[in-house]
Ligand binder design. Structure first.
Ligand code: SAM
Ligand code: SF4
Ligand code: SF4
Length: 371
């Protein structure tokens, strides 16, 4: 049985007010954690709400009409998000991904994109500014997102088959609207569009090959994500995971593939190109082949808690520092202190305890922390 919980906003997950060193050291972009991993990528959740109820992320039985979403005053404002982003840039962050919940539900998201697009990295280059969306509002918003300065977009889509897709999103949302959103994103000039498909055994795994075939010659890179034990509400079981090796085997059987080099160190997806030279796919093997050793990602929750791992059980309350008038130098030093203590490598250590859902670990939900 799925464990039911009614979270109280702000107190739903344990958190600590970060330690602020008395004599803050300046950032130099060379911060590294206990496992010598730098800080390069910040994922920012801009809302904990969503118009989908994907079975692997926000199951209906838990995220129902009584679910306590964060009140508006708890959310970081755009000014606060921009200030935190500058603090992370000082530590060497080059990539910002806006996520959620469904980021396109956040009112005036274009304004935030405009504010972030004006920032530059330590080397004076524009930030790699991107977003992960379920695509439901993309056709309507792609142009304004592009105009605001969004560079790229990743769209989640779990099936081309109407019945299967609706079984995954659980709100009867039609596939055609998401596909149209992807086309419009391309037409307005959003670059390197990716499509993420979470594969859940027995639910949408029959869609692996049709999805690969459909996107093969499109200006889109399709990536298959192993279903993860993130959060505490999706009732994850190992036997519902289709390993990436099996995904590749199934596609290769009809459309031969060969593995190619990653684009950069720390890339989450392994890349496979079609042997006929047209198109490629990626596989994200978070369960069967963990990539913690290169993990340079931090996550900022909707209400400003910093999480150093997707599977963390507690966050660091940066919003408290912002709202208690600490200086940028002090907050930079606090982040530095947190990152230097970081030794997370949950996926590498994943054990049989995650198989046992009778006593779920109270991990943060993905809709709150950001995917
Ligand atoms: N709502 C947006 C979307 O769906 O693209 C952004 C947030 S969503 C939490 C980010 C990504 O996390 C999506 O690609 C989604 O498929 C993925 N995701 C959510 N729950 C997951 C799970 N249990 N295992 C693997 N991926 C998951
Ligand atoms: Fe919403 Fe994205 Fe989670 Fe689906 S995966 S429920 S679209 S936040
Ligand atoms: Fe990074 Fe944590 Fe995922 Fe490992 S489990 S790759 S440390 S987020």
């Amino acid at each position: 049985m799925t464990q039911r919980f009614i979270p109280v906003a702000d107190l739903r997950y344990p958190h600590a007010t970060p330690f602020v060193p008395v004599k803050p050291e300046a950032a130099n972009g060379l911060l590294s954690d206990k496992l010598a991993r730098p800080l390069r990528d910040l994922r920012i959740s801009v809302t904990d709400r969503c118009n989908f109820r994907c079975v692997y992320c926000m199951p209906k039985e838990i995220f129902d009409k009584d679910y306590a979403y964060l009140p508006h005053q708890s959310l970081l404002s755009f000014e606060e998000i921009t200030r935190i982003t500058k603090i992370f840039i000082a530590h060497g962050v080059e990539k910002i991904r806006l996520t959620g919940g469904e980021p396109l539900l956040r009112k005036n998201i274009e304004k935030l994109i405009e504010m972030l697009a004006s920032l530059t990295t330590l080397n004076g280059k524009p930030l790699d500014l991107t977003m992960t969306t379920n695509g439901s509002l993309l056709a309507k918003k792609a142009q304004s997102l592009k105009d605001a300065g969004l560079k790229r977009v990743t769209v989640s889509l779990d099936s081309l088959d109407e019945t299967t897709f609706q079984r995954m999103n659980d709100v009867d949302f039609p596939v055609s609207d998401v596909l149209n959103g992807i086309d419009v994103a391309h037409a307005v000039g959003l670059e390197s569009i990716k499509v993420n498909m979470v594969v859940k055994a027995g639910v949408n795994d029959q869609e692996i090959v049709p999805m690969a075939r459909y996107f093969k010659d499109k200006p889109v890179i399709l990536r298959f994500i192993e279903y993860m034990d993130v959060g505490a509400s999706n009732g994850w079981k190992m036997d519902e995971v289709i390993p990436s090796a099996e995904v590749i085997r199934r596609i290769h059987a009809s459309m031969p593939l060969k593995e190619i080099e990653p684009n950069y160190t720390g890339e989450t997806a392994a890349r496979w190109a079609y042997a006929d030279g047209v198109g490629e796919v990626g596989v994200i093997s978070s369960v069967t082949q963990a990539f913690c050793s290169d993990c340079n990602r931090a996550r900022l929750s909707t209400e400003g808690k910093l999480f150093t791992c997707l599977f963390a059980t507690a966050g660091h309350d940066l919003r408290a520092l912002l709202r208690e008038n600490y200086t940028d130098e002090q907050i930079i030093a606090a982040v530095s202190h947190i990152w230097k203590q970081r030794d997370d490598r949950y996926s590498e250590l994943r054990t049989s305890q995650t198989n046992d859902n009778s006593q779920p670990i109270r991990k943060v939900e993905m809709s709150y922390i950001g995917g």
